[in-house]
Design a protein. Structure first.
Length: 188
């Protein structure tokens, strides 16, 4: 079971856009959104800066560190840059993102409870080997935000900030184009 993802693991998430050139989930720049800490985009490297592309997986359901993560679990993702902050839906998407099904902007927050469900994500593996319901390292997953009962799927959409690759938001569609909502897990 060495390849099973467990709560407390530190991971990188690579975006599947256009045959995996979407970059790695990353914090980049201070966010001006209410209650936010950092903007979220993708970067060419999983370690653009110390800890910016490293995420610690936690349970939003109280499962203990070391417990395997199952497809469908409710998780949190804590970024390890500086003091650490949680992946969070916060504010609306840009006009162009809305035209493509965009729902909410994504940034980080100091705590996992800034707003009800804003920093909680359902993790769904596309498939796994073995098919034991566990999420494994190297699996491709979708991350669905639970804000307001349906916060949308985490995806890349549009250009990112200086030093970044693509902007990140949530979308009503699980994969609106070219695997933008696919994320591959690797160990940090």
């Amino acid at each position: 079971m060495a390849d099973v993802l467990k709560y407390g693991d530190k991971i990188h998430l690579q975006n599947g856009y256009a045959n995996w050139i979407g970059g790695y989930l990353d914090t980049n720049g201070v966010s001006q959104a209410t209650g936010a800490v950092y903007k979220v985009s993708t970067a060419d490297s999983p370690e653009r800066g110390e800890g910016t592309g490293t995420w610690e997986i936690g349970s939003a359901e109280g499962k203990a560190a070391g417990t395997p993560v199952s497809s469908g679990d409710l998780i949190t993702l804590r970024n390890l840059y500086a003091a650490g902050s949680y992946l969070d839906s916060n504010g609306l998407t840009t006009a162009d993102q809305k035209k493509a099904g965009g729902k909410y902007d994504v940034s980080t927050a100091k705590s996992a409870d800034r707003g009800t469900g804003t920093a909680e994500w359902r993790i769904f593996a596309q498939t796994s080997s073995p098919q034991d319901r566990a999420v494994h390292i190297s699996d491709t997953v979708h991350l669905w935000n639970t804000y307001a009962g349906n916060g949308g799927f985490l995806e890349t959409n549009g250009g990112g900030p200086v030093g970044g690759k693509y902007d990140v938001c949530t979308n009503a569609y699980y994969n609106r184009a070219s695997n933008v909502a696919d994320w591959r897990i690797s160990r940090a």
